[in-house]
Ligand binder design. Structure first.
Ligand SMILES: NC(=O)C1=CN([C@@H]2O[C@H](COP(=O)(O)OP(=O)(O)OC[C@H]3O[C@@H](n4cnc5c(N)ncnc54)[C@H](O)[C@@H]3O)[C@@H](O)[C@H]2O)C=CC1
Ligand SMILES: CC(=O)C(=O)O
Ligand SMILES: [Mg+2]
Length: 374
């Protein structure tokens, strides 16, 4: 198969879809890989390293999309990329469709086949291609939160760990999945007083067993959220209903209950955000303030630490990319149930229920495609 790896063009998106090691594996399986010039530079990979691994370099993004049967990238295509996508082209990347009707309709209109990293789902309901980036973003949420709590950056001016004789900051984590667990671990390590809320009793039990003594767990509901926000200094949003719009757990009126300088980090922004006042921001301009509450809602947090993130992402995506390239998407998905869950849009049809629900679009049975092998 002819594979294309474009350079990411989203603001401060410094990751790349395939590393030179990944190129070498794909080439070894008999595929041809075209990498856009300087696509890996921000992640520490020079063009020469890709050439050494067997890639061919193309100077422009247009040529990459024009040449490739399958595109492997990191973030969802943004407006300037829409017209580059060809009918029947296979796109393997994050899409987060439920947060953008414009993107959903653009991919429907393109006639392409969209396999979303974030909805590939193992039988235990874990999301293997989202997990490493959630680990990065969860850890980063505390780093960013601690920074924006500083007074010159308009935060409350409190140190997460406090000092001897002065109480630490309170950190509230909504959702105890991958993001929430990593956030809680980091905040606890810095000495904060941490509370994790989740709706899964099984998850709460697990967290209670593994977390240190300065982390408490509570069942998530509006009552508990309203109680905690009054005294929390940093609130991290990490809830997820796979493929769907995030539930709005903190509503606009609740901001008035918070103390001035409270910091909200909405990691769930890529699925629409779990705070009503969330709107996506960029690494260039990451925060805004409403009712004296600082909002941080960067939709591609791992893009700021590409040395860590590109390796972590491609470690997990490559085995699936190889299957897609070796067998073609129909056979690969027919033979691999977790990968089949990644199919979101096929040749103009939405095949993932939560996306059809989000925008009231007709849903086509994915098996209508994968059971008919050419
Ligand atoms: N902004 C960014 O750069 C990044 C964003 N993300 C996003 O972070 C979000 C979380 O991802 P993961 O932690 O991997 O998901 P996950 O599936 O591991 O965890 C989600 C947790 O939310 C819980 N939950 C669901 N409804 C809830 C409610 N009403 N109250 C409390 N908890 C609730 C679930 O029980 C689950 O434990 C996703 O939207 C993901 O796309 C992930 C990586 C980077
Ligand atoms: C998951 C996601 O949105 C990211 O890694 O940017
Ligand atoms: Mg207020």
């Amino acid at each position: 198969m002819i594979i294309g790896v474009p350079k990411e063009i989203k603001n401060n998106e410094n990751r790349v879809g395939v590393t030179p090691a990944g190129v070498m594996e794909l080439v070894r399986h008999g595929h041809t890989v075209f990498v856009q010039q300087s696509a890996g530079l921000q992640s520490g990979f020079e063009d020469d390293e890709y050439i050494g691994a067997g890639a061919k370099i193309l100077p422009t993004i247009e040529e990459v999309y024009q040449t490739a049967e399958m595109i492997i990238k990191v973030k969802e295509p943004i407006a300037p990329e829409y017209s580059l996508i060809k009918k029947d082209q296979l796109l393997f990347t994050y899409f987060h469709f439920a947060s953008s009707e414009v993107l959903t309709r653009a991919m429907i209109d393109s006639g392409s086949v969209c396999v979303s990293y974030e909805t590939v789902e193992d039988p235990d309901r874990s999301l293997p291609l989202l997990t490493p980036m959630s680990e990065v973003a969860g850890r980063m949420s505390i780093q960013q939160g601690a920074k924006y709590l500083e007074k010159p950056l308009k935060g409350r001016g409190i140190l997460l760990g406090g000092v001897p004789g002065v109480a630490p900051a309170k950190v509230l984590v909504l959702g105890g999945g991958v993001v929430g667990t990593q956030a809680a671990k980091m905040a606890a390590g810095m000495g904060a007083d941490v509370t994790i809320l989740d709706i899964s009793p099984k998850r709460l039990k697990y967290l209670d067993d593994v977390m240190p003594a300065n982390v408490n767990t509570e069942y998530s509901n509006e009552y508990t959220i309203r109680k905690h926000i009054k005294t929390s200094d940093l609130i991290v949003g990490g809830v997820l209903i796979p493929g769907a719009k995030a539930p709005k757990l903190i509503t606009r009126d609740m901001l008035k209950e918070m103390r001035p300088g409270t910091v909200l980090v909405d990691v769930a922004v890529d699925q629409g955000g779990c705070f009503e006042t969330t709107k996506p921001t960029t690494h260039q301009d990451p925060v805004y303030i409403i009712d004296d509450v600082v909002h941080y809602s960067v939709a591609n947090m791992p893009g700021a630490v590409p040395y860590t993130s590109t390796m972590a992402l491609t470690n997990v995506t490559l085995p699936y990319a190889i299957q897609l390239a070796n067998k073609g998407w129909k056979k690969a998905c027919a033979e691999n149930e977790p990968l089949k869950k990644g199919l979101n849009v096929i040749n103009g049809d939405v095949v993932y229920p939560a996306i059809s629900e989000a925008f009231d679009l007709p849903l086509k049975d994915v098996n209508a495609y994968t059971s008919k092998l050419d």
